[in-house]
Ligand binder design. Structure first.
Ligand SMILES: *[C@@H]1O[C@H](CO)[C@@H](O)[C@H](O)[C@H]1NC(C)=O
Length: 592
């Protein structure tokens, strides 16, 4: 490039201008001569352009390249002069070898250096905008004065030097910044630019998948943040969907990679996500229409189903969901009954009828129990109390025991052979009390009314004396119940409502419940493994260990470790369902 600097600017320019004047004169004269000799021209003349003198041609091309370099550095140049001179080179049929080759070489050199330098100096968003601007400028150059045939090699050179050479560096340095910051404009630009270079989109795809796995892994793999896990997952999914749709052109490969990544990271931590998704749904359905309209709730449930779809151990979800549904139905918080049913049909659609049959059974039981209660009331008109699942009953237990007996006789009389089981933990009652302000009805759990164990007592006292509605006074004051605390009836209790709900503690999950639910799932899985092993062996009679294991993986719908399968197989051998081959211990035989 320095060779252009031999001549001061005004010399280069005046040379180019003089050159152009000569050319224009020449063209005019040629046209004149041509029209005179039109006839001869048509018949005899083979138009061979007169070659330019070598030194003149070189000086002309030097000058053009120098002007272009200036323009690339931000100066204004005489574009019509350049167009005319480059047109001259084309007409003389020396455009390619005298100009284009050198021009492309200079282009490469310039942008190789610029790419190196700016990747160091600028952050990725700035860099991307710079590349976009450069490409626009070069396209404009083609339109303004370069020959159209130069466009393809020129643009692909710029793309290669500014993008192709730095793909990995750009993504490593910038993709997570763009995605973290939800910079949709730059993300769209990134996709658009990368789609132009060879191997660009596959490289972007790879980094996209990695980003989702790592960000999602953080959400799922941090136990301290479990309480926000599901909401964070939903928000993250929304955000990534938005990028795939809005910035990545709805490219199927990117959408599929996102799904794969979600499935991978969500199952990296077994069981917990499924449990938390079930609880999240419960919480949303319990809150009912307070937080959102029914349509909004439906949309939220649909989004949860998308996350749920990724889960491998769906039985964990079912166990927790079932437990919570029972509570919602029995404690009567199903203002959202319609939504609960809608959720059920979504689950059925997703996992099939077998998955939801128990849950559906629970709804049927509720209907049934309403009918039973109506009949019971008809035959027990003399009873001063009513007993239904949404019953009012007195604080005094003895009458209730009596009522239970009456009901038992009635029920078993109608449905012989059934077992009637009371669920005192889910019972609730309305306590009629009188404060100075007047009469109040307190909706409370059965346990709040009749305390049985110390833990329950503390929990219950706390709910009555330390919560929002403090119908008991505690002294000394404080959030926790200590030995020696004294309680008395808060006669001065005031509340704007007549009926006050303070039985929320019933809906809370205790640690024991959580553990027992999880254990039930694991127990159930063991039965399912055993059943599958026996089923397979019964059919095949004899099978090698590896084949058996791979068949099991095909049949089982939850994640299991090879070691667990081995233990179950051992246990079945111990219980004489199958035996090892005497010669080769890796071979099993079915024992009929
Ligand atoms: C979608 O992205 C993949 C990335 O690997 C790419 O190969 C493919 O060409 C893209 N499809 C479209 C329609 O742009």
């Amino acid at each position: 490039i320095h060779q252009f600097r031999e001549y001061p600017l005004h010399c280069v320019l005046s040379f180019l201008k003089r050159m152009n004047r000569c050319w224009q004169d020449h063209c005019r004269q040629t046209i004149m001569i041509r029209s005179i000799f039109l006839f001869l021209d048509r018949t005899y003349t083979v138009t061979v352009p007169r070659p330019l003198d070598g030194a003149v041609q070189k000086r002309t091309v030097d000058g053009i390249l120098e002007q272009i370099e200036r323009e690339r550095n931000g100066e204004t140049v005489d574009r019509s002069l350049l167009r005319s001179l480059l047109g001259m080179l084309s007409d003389l049929q020396v455009y390619k070898e005298s100009f284009e080759e050198r021009f492309l070489m200079e282009t490469n050199r310039l942008y190789a250096a610029e790419g190196q330098r700016l990747m160091q100096e600028r952050d990725v968003p700035e860099y991307l905008h710079h590349v976009a601007r450069r490409l626009e400028e070069e396209n404009d150059r083609v339109i303004s004065y370069l020959d159209q045939s130069t466009q393809k090699p020129l643009i692909s050179n710029v793309e290669k030097q500014l993008l192709g050479e730095h793909m990995t560096a750009i993504l490593q340095k910038g993709l997570s910044i763009l995605l973290d910051g939800n910079r949709v404009m730059e993300l769209a630009l990134l996709y658009q630019l990368f789609s132009k270079v060879k191997g660009g989109l596959p490289t972007l795809l790879q980094h996209w998948r990695d980003y989702i796995k790592s960000f999602g892994g953080e959400i799922v793999g941090t136990p301290e943040k479990d309480k926000d896990m599901v909401q964070d997952l939903l928000d993250f999914k929304d955000k990534m969907d938005n990028v795939a749709q809005g910035c990545f052109n709805r490219n199927e490969s990117f959408i599929n990679a996102m799904k794969e990544a979600f499935e991978a990271f969500i199952n990296n931590r077994p069981n917990k996500p499924a449990e938390l998704i079930a609880k999240y749904v419960d919480c949303k359905l319990r809150a009912g229409n307070k937080e959102a309209t029914e349509e909004e709730m439906e949309r939220i449930l649909d989004k949860i189903m998308i996350i749920f779809r990724f889960i491998h151990g769906k039985d964990v979800f079912e166990a927790f969901y079932k437990k919570d549904l029972a509570k919602r139905l029995l404690v009567g918080k199903s203002a959202s009954c319609k939504l609960s049913k809608s959720m059920l049909s979504k689950l059925k659609h997703e996992c099939g009828a077998a998955f939801t049959s128990k849950l559906e059974g629970m709804f049927k039981d509720m209907e049934l129990s309403k009918d039973v209660m109506i009949q019971f009331k008809q035959v027990n008109t003399d009873s001063s109390m009513s007993l239904t699942l949404t019953t009012y009953c007195s604080i005094h237990l003895p009458p209730m025991v009596k009522l239970q007996e009456v009901f038992k006789l009635f029920y078993l009389g109608k449905h012989s052979g059934r077992k009637l089981q009371w669920q005192p933990t889910l019972g609730h009652a309305v306590l009629k009390t009188e404060f100075k302000e007047g009469k109040k009805e307190l909706q409370v759990s059965l346990f709040q009314t009749c305390l049985v164990c110390e833990g329950e007592l503390r929990r219950t006292l706390q709910s009555l004396a330390c919560g929002k509605a403090r119908v008991l006074n505690k002294s000394p004051r404080g959030k926790d119940i200590e030995d020696g605390d004294r309680f008395n009836f808060n006669n001065d209790f005031r509340h704007k409502l007549f009926r006050i709900k303070i039985n929320q503690i019933q809906m809370k999950e205790t640690v024991e419940e959580q553990v027992s639910t999880t254990e039930r799932v694991f127990q159930d899985r063991q039965y399912q493994i055993d059943a599958a092993v026996v089923r397979i062996m019964k059919m095949r009679k004899t099978l090698g260990h590896n084949l058996l294991v791979s068949e099991l993986y095909n049949q089982l719908k939850f994640p299991v470790k090879p070691g667990d399968l081995k233990k179950r197989i051992e246990s079945l051998i111990d219980r004489d369902y199958m035996e090892r081959d005497k010669e080769s211990p890796n071979q099993y035989h079915y024992v009929a």
